[in-house]
Design a binder for this molecule. Structure first.
Ligand code: AMP
Length: 541
């Protein structure tokens, strides 16, 4: 027997409708790409997103067709997301920090018909446009006054384009399983693969993370997403914030410490999220200037391992609640957040900081397991290490156009490629990417653990650990260090600092000093490049 409740498809634009109706005047503040701080609200964003939808339909964009964005986090970018998805088209965020060849590959693979781009990417697109035959035109996210001279074909200023619509339009009636958005994985090996979000997955994910033990936004929050919209579905903030009616403070293109600090403080931000590299810049600025944050209450840090030293500074020195976050593009993206359960709520001070070394607990909708190489499930005892697999309604079932083949195990679990432990309270902790873990004498060494420890040394700005081939042990750890500007510790000092804090057989066999550690387009340490750089490195036997 079927139940007798209404069939109300979970569609992204219903989130914006809700925000406009119940929180219509709630502010959306942006540091615009043109410079000045711009203010709008959910009511206006909805009205303009409807114009985007109307114009895309009038132009002939049909259900399932893709439009690309090469854009910073701004109110206009949000309008394009909602407008495109609102007619059943698919917003495709392109990460402008990728190599030009990768951008070309991604846009062609997705067959994007139009590209919405910020003025900062016009020159890049001019170079690429001849290699992008599928793109029929470019809409530059600015007004006439700031529209650059450009050779881009069919280029228009967004505000002029938008002025051609009256917004008298209705969202399309769609299947909730229809594609809404796309984001390609950063893929350190092989070609990037397209993750395709559905309306249903975006809405369910936004609801699942908006509970008190997760991101838990409320209409009293003011939220600054320091993670760009082209990273992993913008960590869902463009959906979870309007769903809660929270005010938004969007950083545009300026991610340096001073610019982020100014927005956090002047706009009274209460919650923010982003990758560790952004927070490193913020902490450096605050450290140098002696400034403090008087409104910020909570910060979610993820996308890469959270160095405990960073958790300590935010938590203990500045009194801001830190939550490690783990997730991936394929998961919409949040898979775990480190918040307190009754079993951990009493932890304070250093113990609280130590808890933040864990990636955290899964939200409802994410099922998790760790398995050995034989596929057998491993216990949740905090020490058994296994391949982390996930399943749920906001987890990918396949990549666009079948790239990579079948990606699920027989039980429907997706292998994240991460190696993790899960403790008895359900707190998951990432040890490594499976291809980065160091295999020494049949045992596993976590590069992340050594990196975290090394970065607690005041003379180390950044640290990376890779496995180097070893005649006896298969692999041994090599510690690669960027020294702090004002202090350069020697190899012996660093090894003495590590000694006693990690198992003897985990101690790096050598320490090398570099000026810079390479990063991927999403801010992670680029271990593939490091392994190439140190390919010929030989350790003393
Ligand atoms: P992406 O799809 O670009 O967001 O990358 C996802 C990958 O980033 C994950 O599979 C992890 O390897 C890594 N990652 C994300 N969050 C964390 C975290 N808190 N700690 C360690 N690695 C993380």
């Amino acid at each position: 027997m079927l139940g007798l409740m209404q069939d109300w498809p979970l569609l992204c634009h219903r989130i914006l409708d809700h925000a406009a109706r119940h929180h219509g005047a709630r502010e959306v503040v942006t540091r615009s790409v043109e410079g000045p701080v711009h203010r709008t609200n959910y009511g206006e964003i909805r009205a303009r997103a409807l114009k985007v939808a109307q114009l895309l339909e009038r132009y002939g964009i049909r259900e399932g067709q893709r439009v690309a964005t090469l854009a910073w986090t701004t109110w206009r970018h949000m309008e394009v997301w909602y407008g495109a998805a609102g007619i059943g088209a698919v917003y495709h965020t392109v990460n402008p920090r990728l190599f030009p060849d990768q951008i070309t590959y991604i846009v062609n693979h997705a067959e994007d018909r139009l590209v919405f781009a910020d003025v900062t990417f016009v020159a890049l697109l001019e170079q690429l446009q001849d290699k992008l035959p599928c793109v029929e035109g470019f809409i530059i996210l600015t007004d006439r006054a700031h529209m650059p001279q450009t050779s881009l074909r069919n280029a228009q200023a967004y505000e002029d384009w938008l002025a051609q619509a009256d917004g008298d339009f209705e969202w399309a009636a769609l299947d909730e399983r229809a594609a809404a958005g796309m984001c390609y994985t950063s893929g350190t090996t092989g070609n990037p693969k397209g993750v395709v979000y559905t309306h249903r997955s975006n809405v369910l994910h936004a609801m699942a993370v908006n509970v008190p033990d997760m991101v838990g936004l409320s209409s009293r929050d003011r939220v600054l997403p320091a993670v760009p919209m082209f990273h992993a579905n913008g960590w869902s903030i463009p959906f979870s914030a309007p769903l809660a009616g929270a005010a938004l403070v969007l950083p545009g293109m300026k991610m340096d410490g001073e610019s982020i600090y100014d927005l956090l403080e002047n706009e009274r931000v209460t919650f923010t999220d982003g990758v560790p590299t952004v927070w490193q810049m913020l902490l450096a600025h605050m450290g140098q200037s002696g400034k403090r944050l008087s409104h910020l209450k909570r910060i979610a840090i993820g996308g890469a391992a959270l160095p405990p030293a960073m958790a300590r500074t935010f938590q203990i020195d500045y009194g801001i609640d830190v939550m490690q976050a783990w997730g991936m593009t394929e998961m919409s993206p949040i898979g775990a957040l480190c918040t307190a359960k009754p079993e951990t709520a009493a932890l304070d001070g250093e113990e609280r900081v130590a808890l933040q070394e864990k990636a955290g607990i899964a939200p409802f909708t994410v099922e998790m397991k760790i398995t050995g190489d034989d596929g057998q499930e491993m216990p949740w005892d905090g020490t058994s290490r296994g391949n982390l697999k996930v399943r749920g309604p906001a987890v990918s079932s396949a990549y666009f156009k079948g790239a990579g083949g079948d990606i699920l195990d027989p039980d429907g679990f997706f292998d994240t490629g991460d190696v993790a432990t899960i403790d008895a309270n359900g707190y998951m902790q990432i040890s490594d990417r499976s291809k980065d873990i160091i295999k020494s004498g049949g045992e596993w060494i976590s590069s992340i653990d050594i990196e975290n420890l090394a970065m607690a040394h005041p003379g180390i700005r950044e640290a990376a650990v890779i496995g180097i081939a070893h005649p006896k042990w298969d692999e041994r750890p090599l510690l690669i260090v960027v020294p702090a500007e004002d202090r350069a510790p020697g190899k012996t000092e660093i090894l003495e600092f590590l000694a006693g804090r990690i198992a003897k057989w985990w101690m790096p066999d050598d320490v090398v000093f570099v000026e810079e550690i390479p990063h991927t387009a999403t801010g992670k340490i680029h271990k593939t490049v490091l392994r190439q750089q140190f390919a010929g490195y030989s350790l003393a036997p």
